[in-house]
Structure formats: structure tokens, C-alpha cells
Design a protein around this ligand. Sequence first.
Ligand SMILES: [Zn+2]
Length: 180
Amino acid sequence: MSIVWPCALDMPTYVQLGQRVEGGDHLCTGCGKQLAPWGGYWRWVRGRSTGRLWIRRGRCSRCRRSHALLPDFLLERRLDEVEVIGHALALGIAGGFGMRSVADRLGIPMTTAREWRRRFQLRAPALAAALVEWRCSWIRPLYCSPLMVKQLLSKRLALPGSELELASASVYQHCGDSGV
Ligand SMILES: [Zn+2]
């Protein structure tokens, strides 16, 4: 089982550190006990700096489960950096670009981009529910203006200006001032 943790390092720095990278302190998701370092493994990542990186593992001394400690720029079983995947989905779904065009812009295989969109669309209802829940807990009773949507998106996705405008407009239309 994997634990995704907020990593302060950017991906190129993380890659460069190799096995010297720190995994942070984490609690077992099964029983809550502090995990002890338990080696790790190499995996590939494709993105701003394609390469192999070291994923630390932690093990619980109580229930003996081991956990992969994934920095938050990675997804389990996905080769690409999370920022690239998010950018592709924003362009393809919110931005209205075809996935062939998205793949060309980002330098990724078209089959990969299509697969992300397919999986995202399968999970879209759950993601939309999570977004509404998040809005309810964080924004209510504040009015969520188009500017707020844009600011929230710009913090999470590194999109150039025109694409950010498109994505924010689309998200605002679906989730903005809709009386949640
Ligand atoms: Zn445990």
C-alpha cells in the first residue's frame, strides 16, 4: 500500500538526491503506529526531468505492513509526473483540446493521453462529488467568484495564461456560483 506525502522538493531535485532522499515521518494507515524506514525501490518518472528515482518504504512494527512513501508529484502506477497529467486533463477536458493535440503539446504518446482521459471520465462523478464537498467545507458561505476559481486552479496547475483562462471559465461554469 502507498502513502502519498507532501514533498517540499521539486522532482528534479528529488531525482538528483537518489537514495539520499528523505522519506519523512509517517503513520501506518492500518493501525496508526509510526513507520520505521524499510529500504525502498527504484522507479521511473517522466516529466520535467525524466529519470529513475528512489521511493522509500516504511514498515509498521505492530501490524508488519510495509508502505511505499510516494512524493506528491507522483501517482501510483503512473509513469508521468502528476503535474503533466493534470495539465493534460485540464487542456483536454476543461480546455476543450483534442487529446491528439494535447499529446503533441506535452510530448507524450497519444495513447497515454487518451487513457488518462478515459480513466478520469470514469472517475469524474466521484471527483465532482469531492470537489463539491471541498467547496462546502472551505468556501461556504463565501461567494466563489471567477477570480477565486482562477486563483485556485493556478495554484494547482502550471498552465499558461490563455489555457488558465479557458480552464477557469469551464470550471466556474460547472462549479462556480451555483448556490452550493
Ligand atoms: Zn500498523
